[in-house]
Design a protein around this ligand. Structure first.
Ligand SMILES: *[C@@H]1O[C@H](CO)[C@@H](O)[C@H](O)[C@H]1NC(C)=O
Ligand SMILES: *[C@@H]1O[C@H](CO)[C@@H](O)[C@H](O)[C@H]1NC(C)=O
Length: 405
C-alpha cells in the first residue's frame, strides 16, 4: 500500500513538474498577455521533445517532425476569419505554388506584396502564415502573393531561394498585368525570419544585376535572418523567450547540407583572416548600448577557428546566405526598406545593424523595434492566440505600406 501511494505521489509530482515546466515562460520579461503565450508555448515545447525523441530513435530528422506537427496544427486555424472579404486563389507561378489574396471589392490594378514565410528554411508554409498575409492584403488593400517554396532538409540551399526568385521575376516582368489585376511597378518584396533572408538576398540580386522589366519598390523585412558570420552578437548570446525551439548549427547544417557543429556559437567557423575581413560589416556600435552592457565588444576575433568547420560553412558567408556581409557601395543600391525587430529574438542585433548601415549609406529606412515581444509573434492575429502587440505591429506596417507602396 505504502509503495503504491509513494508511486502515485511520485507520478503526481512528475506530472505537476511537467505541466509547470511546459507553462513556464523563461525570460518572458515584460511581455503582455503571458497566459495566451503560455497556451502556445506548452505545445511548442512538447513538439520540440517529440521531434528530438524521433530523431534520436532514428525515425526522422527533427526538422521534418517539427514541420509535420506544425502543419497538422495549422489545419485547425479559422481560415474563414483570416480570409474575410478577400478573394483567395491557390495556383502556380512557373511551377511554384503560391496563394494570392486580393481584396474582393477592388478590381483595379493593385500594388503587390510578394511574401516569403519564415520557418528557419525547414518549416512553415503559406498556411501557417495565412493570417498575416491575408490581413495585410485586406488592411493595406494590396494583392499578397505568398510563396510556398521548397524546404530543407529535402531541398537545401538554394532551392527555396530560387523558387522565390522565380516568382519575383515573373511578377516584375509581368506583361499581362490585367489578368492578375496588379501593378508591376508597385511591388514590395517581403518575408519574415528566413523568408526575410530570401527577400533581402533577392532585392540585392536585382539591385546589383537588374534583369527584370521593373524593380521592386520596397523591401519589407520582419525580424529577418541576415548573417551567419558573428554568432556572438549580444542577441545571439542572451537567453530569450522563444516560441519555436531550433538550433542554428542544425538548421545551417541542413540548409547547407554540410556538417555544422555547436562550435559555430564560438565563431569557430571563421578564421582570423575572415574575421578581419567581415568584421567591418557587423558593426557593434549600431547595436543600442543597452544591449551591450554584458557583451560590450566582439568576442573571439583572435580565434583561428576549426579548419574543417571553416571549410564546411564557407558558402554561408556569401551574400546569398548572409546579405549583411556586403560593402557599403553595394548596400547603397538597396530599395527603401522597412525593418521590424523585436526584443526577444536572437536576430535582433543583426536587424539593428542592417537598418543602421542602410541609413548610413543613405537608403530610406523605417525601422520599428518592439521591445516586449518575441520572434514569430506578428503572425498571432486570430482566435485564442491572438496578441494585441501583433495587431499593433501590423497596423504600423499597413500605414507604411499605404504611404510607400
Ligand atoms: C547532401 O550531400 C550528400 C553528399 O554530398 C549527397 O549525397 C546528398 O544527395 C545531398 N542531399 C541533398 C538533399 O541534396
Ligand atoms: C574552437 O576552436 C579552437 C581551435 O581550433 C578549439 O581549441 C576550441 O575548443 C573551439 N571551441 C569550441 C567551442 O568548440
Amino acid at each position: 500500500m505504502a509503495i503504491v501511494i509513494r508511486r502515485r505521489t511520485i507520478l503526481v509530482i512528475i506530472i505537476v513538474c511537467c505541466i509547470g515546466y511546459l507553462l513556464h515562460l523563461p525570460n518572458g520579461g515584460s511581455m503582455e498577455q503571458t497566459n495566451r503565450i503560455r497556451l502556445l508555448t506548452a505545445p511548442m515545447k512538447l513538439c520540440y521533445f517529440i521531434s528530438m525523441a524521433a530523431e534520436s530513435l532514428g525515425l526522422s530528422d527533427r526538422a521534418v517532425v517539427t514541420r509535420k506537427i506544425i502543419d497538422m496544427a495549422a489545419v485547425f486555424k479559422d481560415t474563414a476569419s483570416e480570409d474575410a472579404n478577400l478573394q483567395i486563389t491557390n495556383t502556380y507561378i512557373e511551377n511554384v505554388r503560391v496563394r494570392i489574396a486580393r481584396p474582393s471589392n477592388d478590381n483595379s490594378n493593385l500594388p503587390v506584396i510578394i511574401f516569403f514565410h519564415g520557418g528557419a528554411f525547414y518549416m512553415g508554409s503559406i498556411d501557417t502564415h495565412n493570417a498575416l498575409t491575408s490581413t495585410l492584403a485586406r488592411l493595406a488593400n494590396v494583392v499578397v502573393i505568398s510563396v510556398n517554396y521548397r524546404l530543407t532538409p529535402k531541398h537545401p540551399f538554394p532551392a527555396g531561394l530560387e523558387d522565390c526568385y522565380t516568382v519575383v521575376k515573373y511578377i516584375l516582368d509581368y506583361k499581362d498585368s490585367q489578368k492578375l489585376r496588379i501593378d508591376p511597378t508597385r511591388v514590395a518584396i517581403s518575408g519574415d525570419s528566413s523568408g526575410g533572408n530570401f527577400a533581402t538576398v533577392i532585392t540585392m540580386r536585382l539591385a546589383t544585376r537588374p534583369v527584370t522589366q521593373f524593380l521592386p519598390r520596397l523591401q519589407i523585412l520582419l525580424y529577418p535572418s541576415l548573417q551567419v558570420f558573428d554568432m556572438m552578437l549580444p542577441s545571439h548570446r542572451q537567453e530569450h523567450y522563444t516560441l519555436v525551439y531550433y538550433d542554428i548549427h542544425h538548421l545551417l547544417s541542413i540548409y547547407l547540407n554540410k556538417t555544422v557543429d555547436k562550435s559555430i556559437y564560438a565563431n569557430n567557423h571563421t578564421s582570423v583572416k575572415q574575421k578581419k575581413h567581415y568584421r567591418k560589416f557587423i558593426d557593434w556600435s549600431l547595436i543600442p548600448s543597452k544591449y551591450r552592457i554584458k557583451y560590450q565588444e566582439p568576442a573571439n576575433d583572435d580565434h583561428e577557428g576549426d579548419p574543417n568547420l571553416i571549410k564546411e560553412t564557407k558558402k554561408a558567408l556569401g551574400p546569398e546566405i548572409s546579405p549583411l556581409l556586403v560593402n557599403d557601395a553595394q548596400l547603397a543600391k538597396s530599395v527603401p526598406t522597412y525593418v521590424l525587430t523585436v526584443g526577444h529574438d536572437r536576430l535582433r542585433d543583426e536587424g539593428f545593424i542592417y537598418a543602421g548601415r542602410l541609413k548610413r549609406v543613405g537608403v530610406k529606412v523605417v525601422h520599428n523595434h518592439y521591445e516586449n515581444t518575441f520572434h514569430g509573434s506578428i503572425s498571432l492575429l486570430y482566435g485564442l492566440l491572438s496578441l494585441d502587440i501583433a495587431h499593433e505591429m501590423v497596423a504600423d506596417l499597413v500605414r507604411y505600406i499605404k504611404e510607400n507602396l
